[in-house]
Design a protein around this ligand. Structure first.
Ligand code: GLY
Ligand code: MN
Ligand code: MN
Length: 463
């Protein structure tokens, strides 16, 4: 393990603590989560904890002081439990393997924390971490109980989450190498599913192609529950074929010739997510109506990608996509000019939301919806569209910088309705790629699977 990467990140946190007056940072990894009976969900470490330690076992804590000294608390070696659950690193090996300065058994947490918080100006912890505030309050009480011995308790509680989230937003080279691999593997899995697709299969059978490709390629698995949605299911934003594959509610639909299939799936590789959507014809050929809407979504995505560059605001890509989609919806008659007016009116009234009701992207990294503030907190609130057809006063979205990674994912979802021409009914399309902001624009990490309709058709024909 490359311990230098994690040490550098801890040093960065320590420097930020010093700059803010000092203190001690405390964070825990994620708990194990029961699924049913005595069966747990597959274990997934906490992303912030992993970011600073590279350690993926449950039952671990990290303390970091403003001088950069780190203390890990982790599960002790236990030959009996290791027979059942696998090897544990243990505190004896943790310093040499993880590069932390000191390690202690987890059982000493409530004894050591009050000691380490004594006479510190501040305790830093992620405020959003479940149950952590109550634990910290307990340790602070224990420190205060020693006041008559001259021990001072931290006067301040500070949110470590804000600091860590800002760090995680700008990816370092170690992260980018993993994210490029996650993008490549995710894209290869999509290509595999397209090539396997044929009428008569079920949605869950295509899902199986993705899962196979992810695991075969070394991923932990999918980064989120894959969406494989054909026909009208593509208009259900979070359609899941998973439960349906077992014959439960929802239905893993049969893929039918003449329909589209939308797959939104990405892998988690080296703890980093990809998040990719492609929409392709089940029988390998887009109908004229499908191709028309597909090309409109693709044009919207291209407009958003052009705004994915340093200095542009996070929301610029969204509004560029909305403008292209709104113009297209008017041109195609999906929105009636007589009712809705021109493009600016459609945008002001958010009339496009009937067909495009989600955002155009989110930060991507250790989490599929990754950490990081979306607003420019150093700029004053301003009047702007609220995205629902009204106005609001809110800070502008922040400006993009090289090293940020975000998705670009416009879509159109046309449900059957009396005021919609039947040629558009039940067509749901989303195109989603993962973009790294570079000094000159952006690099798309997920283009190992085609996006142009002719190229998708060629791939599906076996070309
Ligand atoms: N797959 C989740 C998303 O696109 O945000
Ligand atoms: Mn996404
Ligand atoms: Mn997605």
């Amino acid at each position: 393990m490359d311990t230098a990467v994690y040490r550098a990140r801890r040093d960065h946190v320590a420097a930020a603590l010093r700059a803010a007056g000092g203190g001690v940072a405390v964070l825990a990894t994620a708990p194990e989560r029961p699924r049913n009976g005595d069966n747990d969900h597959p274990y997934r470490h906490d992303s912030g904890f992993y970011y600073l330690t590279g350690f993926d076992e449950p039952g671990a804590w990290l303390l970091l002081d403003a001088d950069g000294r780190s203390l890990m608390l982790c599960r002790p070696k236990d030959p009996e439990r290791e027979v059942w659950d696998g090897l544990r690193l243990g505190p004896e090996a943790a310093p040499s393997v993880l590069g932390v300065d000191e390690a202690q058994p987890l059982a000493r947490l409530d004894e050591l924390l009050p000691q380490r918080l004594a006479d510190q100006p501040a305790v830093w912890f992620p405020f959003a971490a479940e149950g952590l505030a109550a634990r910290v309050a307990g340790w602070l009480d224990a420190v205060r109980a020693r006041a008559r011995q001259g021990v001072g308790a931290p006067a301040q509680q500070r949110d470590l989450g804000v600091l860590l989230d800002e760090m995680r937003l700008l990816k370092d080279e170690h992260e980018l190498a993993l994210m490029r691999r996650a993008g490549e593997l995710g894209a290869a899995a999509h290509a595999r599913a397209m090539q396997a697709c044929r009428p008569g299969l079920h949605e869950h059978e295509l899902e199986a192609e993705l899962l196979y490709a992810f695991r075969r390629g070394g991923a932990a698995g999918p980064a989120y529950v894959p969406i494989v949605a054909s026909g009208r299911n593509a208009c259900v934003l979070h359609h899941q074929a998973g439960a349906a594959a077992l014959g439960l509610q929802g239905g893993s639909a049969v893929l039918k010739a003449g329909e589209l299939c939308l797959i939104d799936a990405g892998c988690e590789l080296g703890s980093y997510a990809s998040d990719i959507t492609r929409t392709f014809p089940v029988d390998g050929r887009y109908t004229p109506a499908q191709r028309t809407l597909y090309e409109l979504v693709l044009a919207a995505q291209e407009a958003a990608i052009a705004e994915t560059r340093p200095g542009a605001r996070k929301m610029d890509g969204h509004w560029a996509a909305v403008r292209v989609l709104s113009a297209g919806l008017l041109d195609l008659g999906l929105l009636d000019r007589g009712v809705h007016g021109g493009v600016d009116d459609v945008i002001a009234a958010a009339a496009y939301r009937r067909f495009f009701m989600h955002g155009t992207g989110h930060w991507l990294g250790l989490d599929v919806h990754d950490a990081g503030e979306y607003l420019a907190l150093d700029e004053p609130p301003e009047d702007q569209p609220d995205g629902q057809g009204g106005r609001c006063t809110r800070r502008p979205s922040r400006r993009l910088q090289p090293g940020m990674v975000l998705t670009v994912e416009p879509g159109l979802y046309v449900r059957a309705a009396p005021d919609v021409d039947p040629r558009w009914w039940d067509i749901g399309i989303r195109i989603e790629d993962d973009a790294l902001v570079t000094p000159t624009g952006c690099e798309l990490l997920s283009r190992g699977v085609p996006v142009a309709p002719d190229e998708i058709e060629r791939l599906m024909r076996g070309g």
